[in-house]
Design a protein around this ligand. Structure first.
Ligand SMILES: [Zn+2]
Ligand SMILES: [Zn+2]
Length: 97
């Protein structure tokens, strides 16, 4: 029974088989503080995470915070950053050193 942030505020939703709340932290312009998004998630992050048993980050993401990088592949903001860092294009620069 997760808590969700809906338009009406934080809501404790009862039921089973509900999606996890979005775990992305960002600053809300209205209150100027960092808060978890907590919107009902629509995707799971497909970014690599060796610490996780399934090998993927699996962060729950709402449709606002999921970044699509391929067919049925989504990344959370954190994985998107490291995904950019490992961009093969960067190899062009390191090979010049
Ligand atoms: Zn979100
Ligand atoms: Zn991730």
């Amino acid at each position: 029974m997760p808590f969700y942030r809906l338009k009406t505020g934080i809501v404790h939703v009862k039921g089973t088989r509900l999606p996890a709340p979005c775990c992305v932290r960002f600053s809300w312009p209205t209150i100027g503080k960092e808060q978890d998004c907590m919107a009902p998630s629509a995707f799971l992050c497909d970014g690599p995470n060796e610490a996780n048993r399934s090998g993927t980050c699996d962060a729950p993401l709402c449709d606002v915070h999921a970044r699509q990088i391929g067919p049925n592949q989504h990344l959370c903001p954190t994985c998107l950053l490291s995904h950019r860092d490992t961009d093969p294009q960067r190899g062009l620069f390191t090979s010049l050193v």
